[in-house]
Each structure stands twice: as structure tokens, then as C-alpha cells.
Write a protein that binds this ligand. Structure first.
Ligand SMILES: [Zn+2]
Length: 97
């Protein structure tokens, strides 16, 4: 694996991309939110923000992760049913306070 060395596409003239946490609906800069992506291997956390696929954003609040994982919010956002495996993987990825 290693670190992705993709070229930076940021432009100084562009405003920061804003994303919305799917649970609390709070808007924040893309970098402050955690991107989850639906991939062929299930739902993955995408720290690089560059994975292909349908994505959803969560803020770093534990309560948002709990709600996203316990209900069907995340599944609805990604248009997929979360498997037990997905929930388990995402629980591991949950930001620690
Ligand atoms: Zn949130």
C-alpha cells in the first residue's frame, strides 16, 4: 500500500469544499469530515478522499458515528445495506475522543 502520492488538485483561488455530516447535518470543510465510500469490498473509510465510489461524510463526533452505524442513515446515504462486517469495520474506524 504506502501513502498515496497523487497530485494535489487544490487551487488557492478555490474556496474549501464544504461537506455535510449525514447525521447532524453540520457543515464543515471536507478535510474536517471523514469520508466513507461504498466499494466492492464493502464500506471503507477513505482518509485520502480520493477513492472511487459513492461517498458519505461523517463528522468526528462519536454520537454521529453511533447513530450512523446503528440506524440505516449511512445505508441510505450510500444506497446500500450495511452488513454486519461493514458495521464492525466502521466501528474500528470510529474517531477516538
Ligand atoms: Zn455529525
Amino acid at each position: 500500500m504506502g501513502f498515496p502520492m497523487n497530485q494535489e488538485r487544490q487551487r488557492r483561488t478555490k474556496p474549501l469544499p464544504i461537506r455535510t455530516c449525514i447525521v447532524c447535518r453540520e457543515k464543515n470543510s471536507k478535510r474536517a469530515l471523514i469520508r466513507l465510500v461504498r466499494t466492492g469490498q464493502g464500506i471503507q473509510v477513505d482518509p485520502s478522499g480520493k477513492l472511487e465510489g459513492r461517498g458519505a461524510y461523517l463528522c468526528d463526533r462519536e454520537s454521529c458515528w453511533d447513530r450512523a452505524l446503528s440506524g440505516d442513515l449511512l445505508g441510505r446515504a450510500l444506497r446500500v445495506s450495511l452488513t454486519a462486517e461493514d458495521r464492525e469495520r466502521l466501528k474500528q474506524a470510529k474517531p477516538q475522543p
